[in-house]
Design a protein around this ligand. Structure first.
Ligand code: DQA
Length: 142
């Protein structure tokens, strides 16, 4: 199976950005551990600062009917365009798991709202980099 792992803005700074919240692993450390855990599955691992690019990658997964692990970062809290793109996949039966490194519900109030969760297949948050591994385990368990 081919799985898309999509990362939103500022996640390229993982390891250096607010390590007390996001930990010390870099995004490339996370990519390496996910690829190790992926076995025979192919991972397409990407990061962008741009909403339109994330939407384009979701469309790619939609057309290919391939599952997605997405950390939408700050877009989580306000991007209806991203929500609509996720809904296109999940409403046609393609799984999309929303992940967060931190637990947004234990942070500032504006982070308590996810406009993505309502259309995601599931949400995993608060387990550091393991949030991604847990999402991968779920997508590859059957
Ligand atoms: C995040 C949580 C978001 O609120 C924040 O904007 C991020 C990272 C997380 O992985 O914990 O950039 O998605």
């Amino acid at each position: 199976m081919r799985i898309h792992v999509l990362n939103g803005p500022n996640l390229n700074l993982l390891g250096e950005r607010e390590p007390d919240i996001y930990g010390t692993l870099s995004l490339s450390d996370i990519e390496t551990s996910l690829k190790e855990a992926a076995g025979a599955n192919e991972l397409v691992f990407r990061q962008t600062q741009a909403e339109d690019e994330l939407i384009g990658w979701l469309h790619e997964a939609f057309l290919a009917k391939e599952p997605v692990i997405i950390n939408p970062a700050a877009f989580t809290h306000y991007s209806y365009a991203l929500r609509d793109a996720v809904a296109a996949l999940t409403s046609s039966g393609i799984r999309v798991i929303e992940v967060h490194i931190s637990n947004p519900h234990s942070r500032e109030t504006f982070r308590h709202t996810s406009v993505i969760s309502g259309v995601a297949t599931g949400v995993i948050a608060g387990f550091g980099a393991d949030s991604y591994l847990l999402a991968l385990a779920q997508l590859t368990r059957d």
